[in-house]
Design a protein around this ligand. Sequence first.
Ligand SMILES: [Zn+2]
Ligand SMILES: [Zn+2]
Length: 410
Amino acid sequence: MASYSPKLSEKKYNNWVKAQLAVLFTKDGLEPFVCHEVQEFRLKCLDHICFNNGLMSGTLCSNCCTENVIKCPTNKICNVGHGRCSYHRNAATRYNPAGCPNKICHNFTTEIQNVHRFYGPSYKNTDATQWCSNSWEIAKCFMPPDGYTDVVSAQETDFNGIISVIINYKEFQLKVHENLGNKNNIFEKARDIGRNLRHSPTLEVEDIDLHQYFIVFQQLLSDAGYLATDMHAQNAKQKLIDLENDTMVIGKDDITKVLDDVAKAARDTIKDDLKRTSETVKEDMIKRRKEDLHSLGSKANEELQKIQTKSDDSLKTIKTKTDNSVKDIEKARDNSVQIMHLKKEDIEEKVKTESKKITEECERAVETIKDEGDKGRNDLANFAETVEKTLYTRITDDKKKQYNDNKQSK
Ligand SMILES: [Zn+2]
Ligand SMILES: [Zn+2]
């Protein structure tokens, strides 16, 4: 009889643990089969490549990274749409049009491509430097495109990954009776069950669903092609029967394994979510930055406009004052040149004061938008400086001119 921990009192949770264990057992039953086939594929590829290229048998290469042998652009891998490709990101990860110097690696991509059911190997998962030596790096080309980069063995690979290799590596059809080209074949069904369980928001499974899961997994492990006579598959099938019939002792270790697996799945989901969230946050930040930039531009313009207005006003004032002073000079002209000189100094003093006032106004305006960004600040500072310079030159020149004119007309 089954010996459950106290937490397993609830029937649906009990079912859920059983369903998860059924996935694990089925995966265990498939692993040796998949490993063997992938290993065979690797050796076959090397034989092909050596033979077709006149290479000595046993020629290997571990120099080419995946990026070197994947054309740029390649759909779903390269994002060259917006200029630079982040996949072929630097000199070391550039696509090498000349191909592998040992004539191996780029030919490997052709071999992999040719046997992929959908002609879309997941190159993002794999490390081409290991293709010659590590079959699992090749297996990863047949798994979903995300989430398997760090997986180094079948044991570390989840049910979804293992079963995807069977579905996507076309050669498996030679060892599987079920038509893998059919949508909704037993392998697809099993994969869906695994996915649903993995993404289930509750730790519960209904009786009727659990029963259906057992049917699918047992049917899969009984596939007449190879699995029906494979020892590992048949051991797994027996475990499923015992599990369903409650003739298996579910130990703490089994439950721990299931929970660890689910926790890992949850962590991966969280990681993905975080990645997505961080991308969203990044996008938001970029958007906000752009808005800031825009409003900073407008604000700086507003401030500049204010300064411009103030400066114009001040210029007018100064001009009026200068004019008045010139009139004073004119009045004083008849009296003496010396008086005029005194007046002139007086005007210069006034101009200086007004200029100083404007500069201060500019500086105050600059101060208020100081924190809005370097660009705005620099623009304003430059503008203030220009205003000051222009103002001083203009007034001095005007004054000089008028003074000289007056002098001549005398
Ligand atoms: Zn690229
Ligand atoms: Zn190479």
